[in-house]
Design a binder for this molecule. Structure first.
Ligand SMILES: [Zn+2]
Length: 129
């Protein structure tokens, strides 16, 4: 498996930053914040916003907003989810068929997210062939 649980203090700091970003999310129930790191420095942040044209339950994902234009070779992406009460929500791994594919194409090296158990997980991203 390419994942491991982390209790590193720096990682906790980045997760807290992504959590604060998630609180700005504009979807009515699911709020996601994403932070992009290069060499331990924050280079981009984003939260999710509702899609235009009223697609019922669909938001423009935070990761989509960060990654749609560029590649980020060797960077780390931190993704955290909160609910409308402003509480951390478990399982914030980028969604499989949209954001994870963007992560792979952007050449991100690692993703950090919260698993179903509420632990911080670091996952190595698969390499493009
Ligand atoms: Zn997504």
């Amino acid at each position: 498996m390419n994942t491991r649980v982390s209790t590193d203090v720096n990682v906790q700091r980045w997760v807290a930053l992504a959590f604060r970003e998630s609180l700005k999310g504009r979807h009515k129930s699911q709020r996601v914040g994403a932070v992009l790191l290069k060499g331990g420095n924050v280079i981009e942040k984003a939260f999710n916003i509702s899609r235009p044209y009223g697609e019922a339950n669909c938001s423009l994902h935070a990761e989509e907003r960060l990654l749609k234009r560029k590649t980020f070779i060797g960077c780390t992406l931190v993704v955290v989810r909160s609910n409308k009460q402003g509480k951390l929500v478990t399982m914030s791994r980028p969604c499989e068929h949209k954001c994870y594919e963007l992560v792979v194409r952007a050449k991100i090296r690692k993703i950090i997210y919260i698993n179903w158990e509420g632990e911080i997980v670091i996952e190595k991203v698969k390499l493009l062939n």
